[in-house]
Ligand binder design. Structure first.
Ligand code: FES
Length: 105
């Protein structure tokens, strides 16, 4: 398991998401309520980039821009249809001004 620096804190303001690539694998890093979360960027329902969706800091979700399923930032599970399978989540660490994602792929 390697911790890969994917961004600086300033690059992902509160309430936003940024899509990053680690070893060719797209991951969306979200900033909500002062905490960073990382999930697979590709929706579990069809071909859509969650990183282009809206982060909801109150609900701690990101909404798929294609059909509107909202995924928990903490568990990767969708809270509503049409998606019903979770996306993978990854551990995020912040050190100084850098955001790291633990990735083993
Ligand atoms: S592609 Fe994401 S909910 Fe359909």
């Amino acid at each position: 398991m390697a911790a890969v620096q994917v961004a600086t804190v300033a690059e992902i303001p509160e309430g936003t998401a940024k899509t990053v690539e680690i070893n060719g694998h797209k991951i969306v890093v979200c900033h909500a309520e002062g905490t960073f979360y990382a999930l697979d960027n590709t929706c579990s329902h069809a071909e859509a980039s969650l990183g282009e969706g809206e982060v909801d800091s109150d609900e701690l979700t990101i909404e798929c821009p294609r059909h509107g399923s909202q995924f928990s930032l903490e568990t990767g599970k969708p809270r509503n249809l049409p998606a019903y399978e979770p996306v993978s989540t990854y551990t995020v660490a912040v050190r100084d001004d850098a955001v790291f994602v633990e990735y083993s792929g």
